[in-house]
Structures are given as C-alpha cells and as structure tokens.
Design a protein around this ligand. Sequence first.
Ligand SMILES: [Fe+2]
Ligand SMILES: [Fe+2]
Length: 169
Amino acid sequence: MPTLTWTDELALAHPQMDATHEEFVSLLSAAELALAQSREAALAAYQQLVEHTVGHFAQEDRWMAATGFAPENCHTFQHAQVLGLMHEVTRVARDDGDFGPLERVLPELAGWFRAHAQTMDAALAAHLKQIGYDVASGAIARPPAAQGMTGCGGASCSPATPADETTPA
Ligand SMILES: [Fe+2]
Ligand SMILES: [Fe+2]
C-alpha cells in the first residue's frame, strides 16, 4: 500500500501542474514498491523519481521567474533544498550501498509533498490563474503589480508577497 495516492484534495485546478504532480505521486509509489523487490530496483525507481523531480521543480521555478518572483523566493529555495537532499540520498545508496536514507526518505517525501502542494504550489497555481499566465506561450493576460516577490504567497510563508499587502502605501 503506497504512503501517498493521488486524490482530488491534491489537485490545484492547474492542468499542467496537476499532471506533473500526479506523475510525482505515481513515481513515489513505484519507488516504494520497488524497495520490496530489490536494491537495484529500488535505486532505479528512486532515480526516476529524482529525474522527474528535477523537471517538476524547474518547471515551477521557470513559471515563478516569468511572473514576478525574485530568484531567491522561498518556494524556489525549498525546491533546491529538497532536491539537494534527494540527490544526496541517491549518492549514499549508489556509492556507499547504504539504503537506510532511501527507505526513510520515501515516506518523508510523501508527507512533504502533501504539505507543499497544498501551500506553496496551491499559492503558485492561484497566482498563475490570477494573472492569466499561459504556460504554453508565456503570455500574461493581467501582468502582476509586484515584481521581485520573495514570499511564496501562501499562508505558510512569511513575509507575505508584496501583492498580498492590502495596506495602501
Ligand atoms: Fe509542485
Ligand atoms: Fe513547488
């Protein structure tokens, strides 16, 4: 039984993001199943998950960079932290033969993803919808008022993005 399965509560009404997230959940489950088979299978499945995550995070980072977020915004920073950890887990399993971190990271990633999708990714999806960002063409129907946002726009993130400030200047 996988730790995380795709449910409507993970969906963010953003087709591209949702499709990528559904793939993430599926690859995470595959890695958990592979762990029950062999170390080779587990490492191969985990590396597929990591490879997919590189593209997943890069896609969101690109969308943020294109729609007013500063390069050092907290959502992009969290992606980099998580990906760094995921790469380290690969290295320890592949080079040192220690699969303990790999076994532990899968359920941790499931919990992390659920929270991340429902906070930072949900805020990004809402932001993209609000400004009318077309992911295919890069066109923005309603350009954002604020540029260089460092917050993620979610309730979990402090400080809030400039766009969230309601007090008139
Ligand atoms: Fe995401
Ligand atoms: Fe994200």
